[in-house]
Ligand binder design. Sequence first.
Ligand SMILES: [Zn+2]
Length: 298
Amino acid sequence: MASELCKTISVARLEKHKNLFLNYRNLHHFPLELLKDEGLQYLERLYMKRNSLTTLPENLAQKLPNLVELYLHSNNIVVVPEAIGSLVKLQCLDLSDNALEIVCPEIGRLRALRHLRLANNQLQFLPPDLGRSRELQYVYVDNNINLKGLPSYLYNKVIGCSGCGAPIQVSEVKLLSFSSGPRTVFLPAEVKAIGTEHDHVLPLQELAMRSLYHTYHSFLKDLNFLSPISLPRSLLELLHCPLGHCHRCSEPMFTIVYPKLFPLRETPMAGLHQGRTTVSFVAYCCSTQCLQTFDLLS
Ligand SMILES: [Zn+2]
């Protein structure tokens, strides 16, 4: 079986195949054969559904840089590595029927992505910036029973979300949550504090991060730019990659967000999901002003 797999991949490599079918192979690990030497530089579509993968390699984008479609339906993937954000040509990503609890924010960097399939996982939230890309048109999150909020950037996309938002279960992960009426929504792990309309003053660390960001914005590509000003590595990385951007004014946010909940019935997508879901849209704002003035349809 293993040698047959190696042969299939080496033929694809030699003959510069654009499509590779590795469905139903009982794979427990991503095949090393796909990653050795320079990888498969010509591959555009990789089909790996119904295997037993639990993770993806960090160097995926380096070895398969021209992937346009990636099908990983029905595996046991728990974590999607940050490196997924480097698959710049990816248009279709299918992670349905896996064991995902968290989707890394880097998925929001995939500017070519049109279809994202995350149905039948264990998701509680999606990255705040998901949906900023105009290209992203279709997002399927059906049957993620703990998912009660979607980033408001998704409000005008085609969304599959039936079977979401069942009564909340106690989670092992400590996540911040906020409630609006009967609904409780968990926020991404990156969020360290939640602001409300009464919190007019930002925490000192957040103020410092925002000031530094504006001062050094144009140099941010180089992580050593602050020398001789020294910051702990963790703060430097946070500065480099904010947790999200304000849905009202697009300013970066680093530790605190001001969330606002919009029930699905108040949005254009309401008709599609009537009675089958309790998912809402969540706007992430940077301040009390943005919280007060943000509206989904504005
Ligand atoms: Zn704002």
